[in-house]
Design a protein around this ligand. Structure first.
Ligand SMILES: *Cc1c(COP(=O)(O)O)cnc(C)c1O
Length: 583
């Protein structure tokens, strides 16, 4: 199927497959080389990217997904353009007297290898010329195309339905569309990463109609070439804008009366939900896990329930997994050279050596300790986790539905588990700006820890959760805790990083975790939160025991890998998107 002359660097750090046709062959889609080219690439619009190596800091999973999708496309030489804002400042989080504080840092694209390629302008009712600098960075077959200006503001600043957010979204959509033209790119297809990117589809529609295409023909064309990827479970949680806001920021950018009239007709009671209008312009719609695609309850403007195709988020394993573990997956024939599980990968996982797996975890712990040397805990000091101790970890955005407080419900039980199993607990996560309830929850957790002599020496909160810390904890911790309220996590990818890095997973059956049944991880069950807490502690106690028993430990680690490696594979995800986009 695949020629012998391909070499891929097994360490996977900088190697590229020579020819994208090899990847297309491997996924049995040779015809893609006719459908995608550098001039007609796969174009991905997103408000958020989490790729600090390339200068862009995100906020969470949606940004990590965008960055991973681009990296995987680069690895397999798929022509791909990622269009996103370059926010002139980024935020970091510190702890001051138990309270979180956001600190802003100025960033400039030229510091990260971007080059200024053009200036385009968009219009508002206030100005017929709002200039946007267009910066580009080429990376193999892919590129970043970013717009920015000094007053662009920060990622997710202000109200999600406010004027400034609408301005940012219009700048991404209309500005990004002009940027593509400026660099000579015509999209083969456009993927909209959430509805905030809707204006890219509208800009395309505007261009077709302006060039003389009949409005309804143009709508059919745009619909056929647009994929809307949804991450939000409830339509009510989506942003919506008023007709007045559209008059101020959107209509000035539309060049034909017929399109203005069509948009105006989509308003209901003077308001428009971006999700409703995105559904009208995107025939392809995807959700980010099987469960999420099933339960996301969205209706179109006629009140018909929308179907989402499930494409579960994967991760770029070369970014998120210990390179020696990735090498093992390749050497042992678990993943093929395209990072997709081989037909007999489960048998190969079965044969992995327990000693080797343990050694890889030890190496991960050393890596984690190196990163922790540069990080502050809640006391302003640093932490080192002993090599022979068990490390539990909870690392994710501090939002209500993820319940970071759950393991602290009963301090006595937590103390007993950590003490009896020579275990430590690391907690890290960003509180959203303005989320006072969660800032308080964190304060309560830290106060509980502070008051307990044992917990004080075994539970650590690490400041400024970001990619570096996420990776280090995935490498070096032993037990991952993921306890969202069932039904509220769209997918989650931290748990995928953790399974791929050989951690035991304690989780509710939610998001992408629920893709596979029956549970091979340590499942948190219970009809009430009280029952879930009991189940969580029982699983933590069990994990503590399992850590001391090589046979049992490797049994669970191998079962988790056997069940989830196909889900985790970012190459599998890219394959699924290509198959959906180019049927
Ligand atoms: C992986 C990652 C996420 C995704 O987290 P989930 O809660 O699992 O969706 C968010 N933020 C950072 C920094 C990450 O590395």
């Amino acid at each position: 199927m695949v020629g012998k002359d391909i070499t891929i660097n097994e360490r996977g750090d900088s190697a590229k497959i020579e020819n994208e046709e090899r990847f297309y062959e491997a996924i049995k889609r040779q015809n893609l080389s006719e459908k995608l080219s550098p001039e007609r690439p796969y174009v991905y619009f997103t408000m958020e990217v989490y790729d600090k190596k390339n200068g862009i800091k995100g906020g969470g999973g949606l940004g990590v997904l965008a960055a991973d999708t681009r990296r995987v496309a680069e690895r397999f030489n798929v022509p791909f353009v990622l269009v996103t804002p370059f926010y002139p400042w980024e935020s970091h989080q510190e702890l001051a007297g138990g309270a979180v504080k956001d600190v802003h840092v100025n960033v400039h694209p030229e510091e990260f290898g971007f080059e200024l390629v053009d200036t385009v302008s968009i219009k508002t009712v206030y100005s017929s010329h709002v200039p946007l600098s267009i910066y580009q960075k080429l990376l193999g077959s892919t590129r970043f195309l970013c717009m920015t200006e000094p007053d662009f503001g920060e990622l997710y600043s202000g109200d999600g339905s406010g004027d400034h957010r609408l301005y940012q979204e219009v700048a991404l959509g209309f500005g990004g569309y002009k940027a593509m033209k400026a660099v000579g790119v015509k999209p083969a297809i456009i993927q909209l990463n959430e509805t905030a990117t809707f204006f890219a589809a509208l800009a395309r529609l505007d261009e077709l109609v302006y060039n003389g295409m009949d409005l309804y023909e143009a709508i059919v064309y745009v619909r056929k070439h647009t994929l809307y990827t949804n991450h939000t479970l409830v339509q009510a949680a989506e942003s919506e804008f008023s007709f007045g806001q559209f008059q101020r920021f959107v209509f000035p950018n539309l060049r034909t009366k017929s399109l203005k009239r069509w948009i105006a007709n989509q308003f209901q009671d003077g308001r428009l939900k971006l999700s409703s209008i995105t559904i009208e312009l995107a025939e392809l719609r995807s959700g980010v896990s099987k469960l999420h695609a099933r339960v996301a309850n969205y209706k179109d403007l006629n009140g018909e329930r929308i179907k989402f195709v499930p494409i579960t988020n994967g991760i770029d394993i070369h970014e998120w997994v210990n390179p020696k573990i990735v090498q093992m997956y390749h050497d042992k024939g678990i993943l093929n050279r395209f990072d997709i599980p081989t037909p007999d990968y489960q048998t190969k996982i079965e044969q992995l050596s327990i000693i080797e797996l343990r050694d890889l975890k030890l190496e991960g712990r050393r890596e984690l300790n190196k990163v922790l040397e540069g990080r502050k805990n809640q006391h302003g000091g640093t932490v080192q986790v002993p090599e022979d101790a068990t490390l539990f970890n909870f690392k994710r955005r501090f939002v209500d539905y993820k319940r970071p407080w759950l393991p602290f419900t009963d301090v006595a039980r937590l103390r007993e588990i950590l003490e009896n199993h020579n275990a430590y607990y690391i907690l890290s996560g960003k509180v959203h700006a303005g989320d006072f309830a969660m800032a308080n929850r964190l304060k309560e957790i830290l106060t509980k820890v502070e008051k307990d002599k044992i917990l004080k020496g075994r539970v650590f909160y690490i400041e400024d959760y970001d990619e570096q810390l996420a990776l280090a904890l995935s490498l070096g911790a032993d037990v991952s805790i993921n306890n969202p309220i069932v039904g509220l996590e769209a997918c989650g990818t931290s748990w995928e990083k953790d399974i791929a890095n050989l951690q035991l997973l304690i989780s509710t059956a939610d998001g992408g975790v629920a893709d596979e049944t029956p549970a091979v991880y340590l499942e948190i069950t219970g009809r009430s939160e009280t029952d879930e807490v009991t189940s969580l502690y029982n699983n933590m106690r069990f994990a503590g025991e399992v850590m001391k028993n090589n046979e049992e430990w490797s049994r669970i680690i191998k079962d988790q890998l056997a069940a989830y490696l196909p889900v985790i594979s970012g190459a599998r995800m890219l394959k699924d998107y290509l198959n959906l986009l180019f049927k």
